[in-house]
Write a protein of this length. Structure first.
Length: 127
């Protein structure tokens, strides 16, 4: 993953972790929305993420600086090759975690999505 900007406040590891999670969540959202229709509008991203359009636009601009998306105002957002790779990695982690939670830990399907959303950010490729 590209080097991530640091946010003010808190410890640097906390900032980087939160920043990393937000980036991964946005990448996953953009990927899923793009499967329905690409390019993806910032308003659709904001609605899916349950944030204000200005917040979504700000994050999208950061993602563009990290070369994870291509963004053109009034056109929308598309993933770069690096962005798609990251989004697919996060989705893969999410789906593997869902299966693990069900098969190994006895969770039900209606319980696993929320837990996988939390854990997908901390699983390594070795796991």
């Amino acid at each position: 993953m590209p080097e991530i900007e640091t946010l003010p406040g808190g410890s640097s590891s906390q900032r980087n972790t939160l920043n990393h999670q937000a980036i991964e969540d946005y990448m996953k959202t953009i990927y899923m929305l793009a499967q329905e229709e690409a390019p993806v509008s910032t308003s659709r991203i904001a609605q899916a993420r349950k944030v204000k359009p200005a917040s979504a636009t700000s994050m999208i601009q950061r993602l563009a600086r990290l070369n994870l998306v291509r963004y053109e105002k009034h056109y929308g957002v598309t993933l770069t090759e690096a962005g798609e790779k990251l989004a697919l990695e996060v989705l893969r982690h999410h789906r593997l975690l869902e299966l693990y939670l069900i098969e190994a830990l006895g969770f039900t399907w209606d319980e696993v999505h929320e837990q996988a959303d939390i854990l997908e950010h901390v699983i390594s490729e070795k796991m």
